[in-house]
Design a binder for this molecule. Structure first.
Ligand code: ES4
Ligand code: ZN
Length: 329
């Protein structure tokens, strides 16, 4: 088969996917109608046309508006079941999935409702060869008090779904909201034995990556592509093998890079950093995980060996040991 077909057919681990970012416009409209939620766009086409982002915030505004259609356990189930179909089509065999509880609790939807719906779809997926874990993300534009309240409210859910819900993360508007703001809540999560990740060095500076490593003691950095600006940081990431969950199409759509040819993932990889490729918010950024691999591979002339390394990094960076996953490479 051609190089592209080999990439598409290879078993993959996906470690950076916001489940709310997998809501396709068609499903947003279906759920809006079912739930009587008013949207700011009157057609699927008009909504899709609004997906012309200039930076992270311009995306987040639309992403949070899209998530307002999610009210019932069934809504979370359908959203997750749709993602599972896309993931299986792209030969994803293991996924570690983010969700944003504060987006839902603010609208009166409990963490238990969201997780119950997501879990039901993931349990079905497991029988079809897709293993998965769930990571609860705190919204960094909100206060640490709010994150702490969310964490306390989630404790029974962490207990009930211990087989699935294995970690916490940090997402939303990065600039002006450094990891240091969340030191206490991350310490509490680590004390409970949870894994930790944080978005850092997406739009924010390398100092935010250092903070995520030193103050939050994260197991992985989400994005981290701006680490390239600090050679000492690149050397540290390579030395410690703290993985970066890179999302090429996201970075292009949110103008972190003007052109895919400017993406820093190949250089990071060449310095020995554990780079992985992921889809982030695939319904908004123009493609699921295979499209991300193919776009990066083409623009950066990735070699067969480089693609193989990235695929392997995905499994090695996962929170599930090889003998507990559906498959590996
Ligand atoms: C996100 Cl691309 C990105 N960055 C930060 N927070 C997010 N939440 C959903 N997608
Ligand atoms: Zn993300």
């Amino acid at each position: 088969p051609t190089f592209a077909k080999k990439i598409a057919g290879a078993p993959k681990a996906e470690l950076h996917i916001h489940i709310e970012g997998s809501l396709e416009p068609e499903l947003i409209f279906k759920l809006a109608k079912r739930n009587g939620v008013k949207l700011a766009y009157d057609s699927i086409e008009a909504l899709r046309a609004a997906y012309a982002f200039t930076d992270l915030q311009s995306f987040l505004d639309i992403y949070y508006a899209g998530a307002t259609v999610l009210l019932t356990e069934e809504d979370f189930y359908e959203m997750t079941a749709a993602y599972v179909e896309r993931a299986l089509a792209d030969h994803v065999v293991h996924a570690e999935i983010f969700f944003d509880p504060q987006t839902h609790t603010e609208r009166g939807v409990s963490i238990a409702t969201a997780v119950a719906g997501i879990e039901r779809a993931l349990a079905v997926a497991e029988r079809r060869g897709l293993t998965s874990r769930l990571i609860l993300c705190f919204l960094r534009h909100l206060s640490e008090e709010d994150a702490l309240t969310t964490f306390e409210a989630a404790l029974p859910v962490f207990d009930e779904y211990a087989h699935r819900l294995v970690g916490v993360g940090l997402d939303s508007s990065e600039r002006g909201h450094p990891p240091s703001k969340f030191e206490r809540v991350f310490a509490k999560a680590r004390a409970r034995g949870l894994k930790t990740v944080a978005h850092a060095g997406e739009e924010g500076p390398p100092s935010y990556v250092y903070e995520a490593l030193d103050l939050l003691e994260v197991d992985r950095i989400d994005h981290g592509v701006r680490s390239i600006e600090d050679p000492a940081l690149v050397a540290r990431l390579a030395e410690t093998r703290v993985p970066l969950t890179v999302c090429p199409l996201s970075n292009l759509k949110l103008r972190v890079f003007d052109d895919m040819k400017q993406h820093t993932l190949k250089t990071l990889l060449s310095h020995g950093v554990a780079v992985t490729i992921n889809s982030d918010d695939p319904a908004y950024f123009g493609g699921y995980v295979n499209a991300n691999y193919l776009s990066a591979a083409e623009a950066l002339d990735l070699t067969d060996a480089e693609v193989h390394t990235i695929l392997r990094n995905g499994f090695e960076a996962s929170f599930v040991p090889a003998d507990e996953r559906a498959a590996s490479i």
